[in-house]
Design a protein around this ligand. Structure first.
Ligand code: HEC
Ligand code: HEC
Ligand code: HEC
Ligand code: HEC
Ligand code: HEC
Length: 270
């Protein structure tokens, strides 16, 4: 028994040291060498350097999506980095952009292609980068739908209908999210509610690219119903919380009362 224990803990130590070793070497490698695309383009000037600067602040950089993940090529070999033989794709032409982005955003691509925007690709319809940019892509919010962005090619009437339908739902999601983290901070188990909020939020955020006002209205109405249930649960949690506080206050009050009675009693004995 004893020997076995020693052997198994030695093994654990070996594994741990091995892991630590790989982790430190990987970390120092990451500090030492940025991929060659970033190194070389970062030292260019003008339009060949700009992508690096813009990309650094993007949600893609944040999530480890690098130059080569979009443009292809070899990020470890400066000499052959942009060789087609290493998978370099170059810069997409306008009509190629949705497919270029849609390699990863498959669901969005499908909705986009089915929409009036996708059907007008190459004929005055916007591509992904008209709305999101190519290198400076940020986390999206509903504020991307605004008069300046959406009235360049047509009236703002339909965009504003979409925005109206989505705004109230978005606000509810944000509210529930912040209340759940409050409760979590107080040690209340919110994991089940978080899970269903996550699912609802994902469903909600896939509504836009189809541009189907009627469907968006229908779907947000359904999502609102689910959110209403969550709001009810939050109300119940609030009430339990209130009761707990009341019980606490009453306990303190009765302790004070007891102390007072005792003091009066002791005084009356003097
Ligand atoms: C999310 C995908 C994506 C990533 C990541 C990305 N690019 Fe691009 N890039 C594009 C698209 C789309 C275009 C074409 C449209 C345009 O010019 O904005 C483009 C265009 C370019 C161009 C041509 C610019 C011009 O004016 O002709 C260069 C150079 C470039 N990218 C370099 C880079 C470098 C370097 C990185 C890494 C720091 C990078 N890109 C990361 C999507 C991406
Ligand atoms: C040694 C320097 C160097 C390296 C490494 C390098 N580039 Fe470039 N790149 C350039 C220069 C210079 C240009 C502009 C002239 C040209 O097109 O050759 C350019 C142009 C581009 C363009 C726009 C022109 C086109 O062909 O579409 C893209 C996109 C691009 N690079 C992406 C990348 C990516 C992705 C990597 C890494 C896999 C990379 N580059 C690595 C120097 C470099
Ligand atoms: C190699 C895969 C890949 C390619 C190609 C790619 N993306 Fe992304 N994109 C990601 C990942 C990973 C994330 C971060 C995780 C997430 O939010 O889905 C992301 C996030 C985003 C977001 C933010 C989503 C949010 O939650 O708000 C937008 C917008 C976006 N990408 C647009 C684009 C556009 C536009 C292009 C083409 C120019 C593009 N992506 C090309 C992988 C990719
Ligand atoms: C007309 C402008 C417009 C075009 C064109 C467009 N988007 Fe979007 N996109 C938006 C808006 C607005 C949102 C935010 C919707 C929300 O908050 O629910 C969004 C959200 C997203 C998201 C995050 C939500 C999700 O469904 O994951 C991704 C990723 C994304 N877009 C990628 C793309 C890609 C890829 C393309 C091209 C195939 C594209 N977009 C075309 C405006 C646009
Ligand atoms: C580059 C031009 C361009 C931009 C920018 C643009 N659109 Fe469009 N949009 C079009 C075209 C083209 C059509 C199709 C017109 C038609 O069939 O009448 C269209 C149609 C629409 C429709 C009608 C869909 C239908 O089925 O009737 C909606 C909704 C819409 N766009 C929303 C938006 C929103 C929201 C934005 C901003 C985030 C936006 N558009 C930005 C070009 C654009």
């Amino acid at each position: 028994m004893g020997a076995l224990f020693v052997i198994s803990s030695l093994r654990t130590i070996f594994i741990l040291t091995g892991l630590l070793f790989t982790m430190t070497t990987q970390a120092s490698a990451a500090v030492k060498s940025e991929i060659v695309c970033v190194q070389c383009h970062g030292s260019q000037t003008g339009r060949f350097a700009k992508p690096v600067e813009l990309w650094r602040g993007s949600i893609h950089a944040e999530n480890g999506i690098n130059c080569n993940h979009c443009h292809g090529g070899d990020p470890g070999d400066a000499e052959n980095a942009m060789s087609p033989a290493r998978g370099f794709l170059g810069t997409p032409v306008e009509t190629g952009i949705p497919g270029f982005c849609g390699r990863c955003h498959v669901g969005v691509l499908k909705d986009y292609l089915g929409s009036k925007h996708g059907k007008n690709l190459g004929k005055g319809g916007p591509t992904c980068i008209t709305c999101h940019g190519s290198h400076q892509v940020k986390k999206t919010t509903i504020e991307l739908i605004n008069e300046k962005n959406c009235s360049r090619c047509h009236s703002y009437e339909k965009p504003s209908q979409i925005k109206r339908a989505m705004t109230a739902t978005e606000a509810k999601i944000v509210y529930i999210d912040s209340r759940l983290s409050d409760f979590k901070g107080k040690g209340i188990d919110t994991s089940a509610m978080e899970k269903s909020l996550f699912a609802v939020r994902n469903r909600f955020h896939t509504l836009f690219h189809e541009l189907n006002v009627a469907r968006i209205n229908l779907q947000t109405a359904e999502i609102d119903k689910e959110l209403e249930q969550q709001l009810q649960s939050i109300k119940r949690l609030d009430e339990t919380e209130q009761k707990r506080k009341l019980v606490g206050v009453m306990a303190i009050a009765s302790a004070l009362l007891a102390a007072l009675v005792l003091r009066l009693y002791v005084k009356s004995m003097d």
